[in-house]
Write a protein that binds this ligand. Structure first.
Ligand SMILES: Nc1ncnc2c1ncn2[C@@H]1O[C@H](COP(=O)(O)OP(=O)(O)O)[C@@H](O)[C@H]1O
Ligand SMILES: [Mg+2]
Length: 315
């Protein structure tokens, strides 16, 4: 551990510095993550982080905010998200009150007044642009937006500015660090990708996952962490509806510690598999694999199904 710095925590000095300071926030980044986060800072480009659910995308942005002493501004994307929730909205109530109060005032003056910044409700993208202090802007799960709605982001991502027709263009005085995450449920537009630096994040190696478990789970022994990460890896290799993510591996390790487990192997793992997996079929498949049983209930390997009945299922 380095001695606490007297200066304000701020920019990263190098890719290694990224890895080191993220470790201080209990986030274990591999060298590629360290390098790409560093490059995004130097190039002042938004970082598009893509990968399966629970692989550490959101947590990366959070940890970077903490490591740099920045405020985190988060925009959670969903279908139907619009300008008024992403960028800004006029404060209608306040505008009405102002109009009532200025009943005898000339309209031109009034209009100029009610369309000024103090009648604006800033939503995450505008807040990030307006902030005077260091900010990490997290646009989370952008693949949940319809592709047309991505356009809402483009001006912010490309020029760090927001244009408001009645008011003009608000330019960031200090560029926020921007993270976009995607679970890869659909392809993002070329326009969006072009503006970002791309960081694919996959499940970690067995060794790194073991270390993540050790940083995140109190009272976990190295032996158990090692066993958990190996079993999790072998389960991920199965053809599952929802492979276990890092968060589920953490939950499982916590469960085992709570139960006072000292060691876990293929024979006793099935007892707690429901903490790791979220579908009954997945649990059954993993259980059979761990116990060395054939994949199918009838004693046939699962893939034989497709030969037996190309339509799937038995009628
Ligand atoms: N590299 C990592 N180092 C430490 N913990 C991690 C790491 N990656 C993921 N985690 C853990 O997994 C959890 C889920 O990660 P999260 O960022 O929410 O996933 P997602 O990719 O779906 O956004 C985090 O809360 C954290 O506890
Ligand atoms: Mg997330």
């Amino acid at each position: 551990m380095t001695a606490p710095k007297v200066t304000q925590p701020s920019d990263f000095a190098s890719p290694d510095d990224v890895v080191e300071r993220l470790r201080g926030e209990r986030y274990l980044a591999d060298p590629t993550i360290g390098l790409t986060v560093y490059l995004a800072q130097r190039l002042e480009k938004p970082l598009l982080v893509e990968g399966p659910a629970g692989a550490g995308k959101t947590e990366l942005a959070r940890s970077v905010a903490r490591a740099t002493g920045a405020r985190l501004i988060r925009l959670q994307c969903y279908e139907g998200l619009d300008e008024s929730k992403a960028l800004y909205e006029w404060n209608y109530k306040k505008q009405l009150l102002r109009i009532q109060a200025g009943e005898h005032q000339e309209w031109a003056g009034l209009e100029e007044d009610i369309f000024s910044e103090s009648f604006l409700l800033a939503r995450p993208l505008l807040s990030a642009i307006q902030a005077n202090e260091p900010v990490v802007l997290l646009v989370d799960e952008i693949d949940r937006l319809e592709v047309e709605a991505e356009a809402l982001m483009l001006e912010v991502l490309a020029d760090f500015q927001v244009t408001i027709p009645e008011l003009g263009t608000i330019v960031a005085t200090r560029r926020p660090r921007v993270f976009l995450t995607s679970n890869n449920t659909r392809d993002l537009s070329e326009a969006l990708k072009r503006r970002c630096l791309f960081l694919p994040i996959d499940y970690p190696t067995v060794e790194r996952e073991r270390d993540i478990l050790l940083t995140r789970v109190d009272g976990l022994s190295v032996t158990l962490a090692d066993q958990v990460s190996r079993i999790v890896r072998s389960i991920r290799d199965l053809d599952l509806k929802k492979p276990p993510s890092i968060s589920e591996a953490i939950d499982w390790a916590r469960t085992l510690v709570l139960l006072g487990t000292e060691s876990v192997g293929p024979a006793d793992a099935p007892r707690t598999l429901h903490v790791l997996l979220k579908y009954e079929a997945d649990i059954e498949r993993a259980r059979r694999r761990l116990l060395g049983l054939p994949d199918d209930v009838d004693g046939r390997p699962a893939h034989v199904d497709s030969f037996r009945n190309p339509e799937g299922g038995e009628r």
